[in-house]
Design a binder for this molecule. Structure first.
Ligand SMILES: [Zn+2]
Length: 479
């Protein structure tokens, strides 16, 4: 028996329920993709499926809309599979157990996949209805969004005629997302040489920091354990001769590191310890608002291998002190938005080199390039290098966006207020589409989804109804 059949809009919830019966976690999207293809074939719609299981379904313009610009509707097929600790469901093989609770839908003990199943359900419901007025619709469902946007990256956008795109992967009704940051990884590598040195081996530990996501939380001003370690080492080196053995901290390039540790050999132990405790107090004062649990310790340690020579020690400390980190520029077009940032996420020391891996982000392509060049320039001066990888384009804010204007007008009429126009300092699929389709006019919206990526995920029914009504009206006006 259907759990959602009483709910309006019926078609949307019907397709959502059908999708929920097909396991579709990231990496397991073939069946859901085939289901979309079968849907299109049954209705005689033009359909494309690629190696990545992306699906494009095209429906020609409704009568009277033949001259209107085509519109792309986009969302992702894959979902995050999380379940409650005691849940035995095999999410790779079993469908979800949908439940209705008041104004919300959830899946018993698992994620619901409203992110982004609601986009798939709405896309299919639009394609299924012969009575709706709309321009040529190009419905695109991508895969592996949740694990690096691989589907969108692989998609052949030449199949699309549309130059305006409505992305349905946002989680808060009333917000229009209109730009996102582009990014890359930058691995700064500094070769080091080693030689014996007489002194006391010590560890310096920075810990208890708050941390956070290197994109969406970088503006909060939290301390970066690796960078703080650099400042402490610099301060120590001003007071006593020392040699670095190793410095390390952080596990993920997209997380602000919460702890870091260095091992050193100091000529004068007492002076070295005094420098650490002085710097510790200074940093605790600086970061008392953002990182109240910050602690900095210095302790003795056993033999830790041959230290770096004087020159390598100096260059490594200089690198940790001088490489840029954190927010580099705020946007003047979208107040409150971080425009450009970078985060030293992983610091590692090997016998012959030190590597600092940064996650670089900017909503302005030329500023991302500027940061890449700044890192390369500094590293070159130090005798090292900066290697760039995993580059993805920014989705830049368009001052002139006919789609956003049309949507804003409809929103004001239906909601009696203005939408919030926002931008995010993290990567989303729209960025990849903008990189593939020059001049793409794009807005991202979606109904209220709460606690996504957790077994507590909820989709809000009344919000789905309002967003559906909104999309229908936007399509109707797209003439
Ligand atoms: Zn999503």
């Amino acid at each position: 028996m259907s759990v959602l059949e009483e709910l309006e809009p019926q078609a949307v919830f019907h397709f959502f329920e059908e999708l929920s019966a097909i396991p579709h976690g990231s990496g397991n999207t073939k069946a859901a993709s085939d289901w979309c293809v079968a849907f299109a074939r049954e209705r005689g719609l033009e359909v494309y499926q690629d190696q990545a299981n992306n699906v494009i379904i095209i429906k020609e313009a409704a009568p009277g809309y033949e001259e209107a610009d085509p519109i792309i509707l986009q969302g992702h097929l894959d979902m995050v599979c999380e379940k409650a600790a005691d849940c035995t469901k095999d999410m790779a093989r079993e469908g979800l157990d949908l439940m209705v609770d008041g104004d919300t839908i959830y899946a018993k003990n698992t994620t619901l996949g409203g992110d982004d199943g609601v986009a798939v359900a709405m896309g299919l419901a639009l394609l299924d209805d012969e009575s709706l007025p709309h321009p040529r619709l190009e419905v695109v469902f991508t895969t592996e969004e949740e694990v690096g946007m691989d589907g969108a990256a692989a998609l052949d956008a030449d199949l699309l005629q549309g130059r305006q795109m409505l992305n349905l992967d946002s989680e808060e009704e009333g917000i229009f997302t209109v730009s996102c940051a582009g990014g890359c990884m930058a691995a700064c590598v500094l070769p080091v040489e080693r030689e014996a040195f007489d002194g006391m081996a010590l560890t310096v530990t920075v810990e208890g920091l708050t941390g956070g996501h290197s994109g969406t939380e970088i503006h909060k001003g939290q301390g970066n354990a690796d960078m703080l370690l650099g400042r402490i080492l610099w301060a120590m080196a001003q007071h006593t001769e020392l040699r670095l053995i190793s410095a390390a901290g952080g596990l993920k390039d997209n997380a602000i590191p919460v702890s870091a540790q260095a091992t050193i050999v100091a000529a004068d132990e007492k002076t070295a310890r005094a420098a650490v405790s002085e710097m510790g107090e200074i940093l605790q004062r600086e970061y008392r608002a953002t990182d109240p649990e910050l602690t900095i310790r210095c302790g003795k340690c056993g033999t830790q291998g041959t230290p770096m020579d004087a020159n390598s020690t100096r260059r490594t400390i200089c690198m940790l002190n001088c490489l840029p980190n954190g927010v580099q520029a705020m946007s003047y077009e979208l107040p409150g938005l971080v425009q450009t940032s970078l985060n030293l996420g992983i610091l590692e020391t090997e016998p012959t080199f030190v590597r600092a891996s940064f996650c670089v982000r900017s909503s302005v392509a030329s500023q991302k390039k500027m940061l890449q060049e700044r890192l390369a320039c500094l590293m070159e001066q130090l005798g090292g290098s900066a290697a760039i990888s995993g580059e993805y384009p920014a989705w830049e804010y368009r001052e002139d966006s006919p789609l956003r204007e049309r949507m804003t007008k409809v929103f004001q009429e239906q909601y009696g207020r203005s939408p919030r126009i926002e931008s995010i300092h993290a990567g989303v699929e729209c960025g990849l589409f903008c990189g593939k389709i020059p001049g793409l006019d794009c807005v991202s919206i979606g109904p209220d989804l709460t606690e996504i990526h957790t077994p507590r995920e909820r989709m809000h029914i009344a919000s789905v109804q309002r967003v559906w009504r909104f999309i229908l009206e936007v399509l109707k006006r797209s003439k």
